[in-house]
Design a protein around this ligand. Sequence first.
Ligand SMILES: [Zn+2]
Length: 164
Amino acid sequence: MYRTGHVGVSLSLFAPVGYWLVTSGYIALAALVGATFVALAMLPDCDHRLPGVSHRGPTHSLLFAALVGGAFAYLGAQVEPVLDVAVPAGLSMSGFGFLLGFGSVLAHLLADVITPMGVNFLWPHPHRSSLNVVPSKDPTWNVGLFVIGVVSTGWSMGHAFGLL
Ligand SMILES: [Zn+2]
């Protein structure tokens, strides 16, 4: 998909997570998750600028999602002693970081799997998955997904903060 569609899917996935975090009292984490999901919505498409890396190859895989998760887990472990951010019971900052990085990339893959080109979840295994619903460039779907993302996030945050 294009940027609008990707941001829309990322926001749609953030909506329930953000609701849960805010209603559980983790408002700072909810803001962090929302900002990271939007900031990383296009990360796998860095393959357009990487010489020798095929588009929707290595950076559109669960392996890449795990690598980004690993980088965030490392960051989480570094900031844990410095920043006193409350995390849900049973999760360390590094565990939370892993889920955050992994989830951000997964959101991108889910938006691309509906296109005919699909994604290579299990790269380096060559199997490509595609739901073949709509081409990436379809303006209605890109704008529609963006609107769904904004509305679902607005709805969930509005309810979480008791404004709706
Ligand atoms: Zn992509």
